[in-house]
Design a protein around this ligand. Structure first.
Ligand code: PMP
Length: 395
């Protein structure tokens, strides 16, 4: 997978739109463009049917019913809607604590701060171990009947850790709290067909799963929908939870993307992804420099994620020197530009130097063996070049 001549290894930041997704979207920009909320004519009904069909496809991806799917602008909005929605509705009640894992996406942590500062909640971080797994014992000790919600992401966007949401759900439900799970990275990493059984609210993002940007979804269990205050008020679309005309082509794209991930070849694609990821890691570990992997080994890791610490170098220097031949990132795209080490890498115990020496390579379904071999050659070449320029850290 290349963008022009650049080898693209940043699929966890965003994926390309699958050609089959794009093909199904196109007619809804021009031919079938009617407002899906126009109930007085057939073109409107046709658009409404397309949206309902897309909601059904997204629902199937997580094992939900279509009336439990609300389209949003992306996982950031879904996460905001979930936690602010619950928090604002329940403010001043008996449940005044919220638990979030220490390695949540920044948008969850930021909402947590708003809920503390503006709504009086105590938002507490559940620690993770050195591989990024939520400390189950800590969760058991922290949770009680005064907890409103627990928010834990399914698959980490920086280090690929896959949480045991089945176990987490069991604990959270014992105390009657709401389990919100940010599943933005999950559909590529694993089969998600049982997710709605375990989580009460799930967040998804179109552009992380070969769908378009600007669309996401949130699954909210039917019985819980009345307990959320909307973020956006207006015409009452989408069960009154998210007013505004839904973007039909984007919904169609997200639906088709979901459908493709339910295809027979999805597991095989994930296996191939893991094989190529392992090949990249093996090649990098064979270099003469100090190279180690952040995050877990084996199946409990996103199959396309390789978070690599190059202890002798700075990630910033490596990524810069790789331009324009290879695209990877420091970690979360949403935080790059902010000169502070990743909170995820710090939470799993890396010191500031190791965090600043870490690069996230994320492969996709269309990454080839040739891309991987060439990427490894390029990285080695860059490390040699940086070492000659004396951009090596002393150990
Ligand atoms: N959660 C996770 C785990 C993510 O990886 C991302 C994207 N970096 C988001 C939320 C935000 O998603 P979106 O870009 O769709 O707003």
């Amino acid at each position: 997978m290349r963008i022009g001549k650049t080898i693209y290894l940043d699929h966890q930041a965003t994926t390309p739109v699958d050609q089959r997704v794009l093909a199904e979207m196109l007619p809804y920009f021009t031919d079938s463009f009617a407002n899906p909320h126009s109930l007085d004519h057939k073109p409107g009904w046709d658009s409404a049917r397309a949206v309902a069909n897309s909601a059904g496809q997204v629902a199937r991806l997580v094992g939900a019913d279509s009336d439990e799917i609300i389209f949003t602008s992306g996982a950031t909005e879904s996460n905001n809607m979930a936690l602010l929605g619950l928090g604002r509705r329940a403010a001043g009640g008996n449940r005044n604590r919220i638990l979030v894992s220490a390695t949540e996406h920044k948008c969850v942590l930021a909402v947590g701060r708003v809920l503390e500062e503006q709504y009086g909640y105590a938002v507490e971080e559940i620690p993770v171990d050195h591989q990024g797994f939520v400390e189950i014992n800590a969760l058991e000790q922290m949770i009680d009947d005064d907890v409103l919600a627990v928010s834990i992401l399914s698959v980490n966007n920086e280090i690929g850790t896959i949480q045991n949401i089945e176990k987490i759900s069991e604990i959270v439900r014992k105390y009657g709290a709401v389990f919100h799970c940010d599943a933005a990275q999950a559909p590529i990493a694993m089969a998600t067909g049982s997710f709605a059984k375990y989580a009460d609210i799930l967040s998804l993002s179109g552009h992380k799963m070969y769908g378009p940007k600007g669309i996401g979804a949130v699954f909210i269990a039917r019985g819980l929908q009345a307990q959320l205050e909307p973020l956006i008020y207006g015409g009452g679309q989408q069960n009154g939870l998210r007013s505004g005309t839904v973007p039909v082509p984007l919904c169609v794209g997200m639906g088709v993307a979901a459908d493709l991930l339910l295809g027979k070849d999805a597991d095989e694609n994930r296996k191939e992804l893991r094989r190529r990821r392992d090949l990249l890691v093996k090649r990098l570990k064979e270099s003469r420099w100090r190279v180690s992997e952040n995050g877990p080994q084996g199946d409990a890791r996103h199959p396309g994620n390789a978070s690599i610490c190059f202890a002798d170098f700075s990630a910033h220097d490596i990524l810069g020197a790789l331009q324009p031949r290879l695209a990877a990132s420091m970690g979360s795209a949403c935080t790059s530009g902010i000169p502070e080490p990743s909170h995820v890498l710090r939470a799993i115990g890396l010191d500031q130097d190791a965090a600043e020496a870490s690069v996230r390579f994320s492969l996709g379904f269309s990454t080839t063996d040739e891309d991987v071999e060439e990427a490894a050659d390029l990285i080695e070449e860059v490390l040699e070049r940086l070492s000659k320029a004396e951009l090596v850290r002393s150990s």
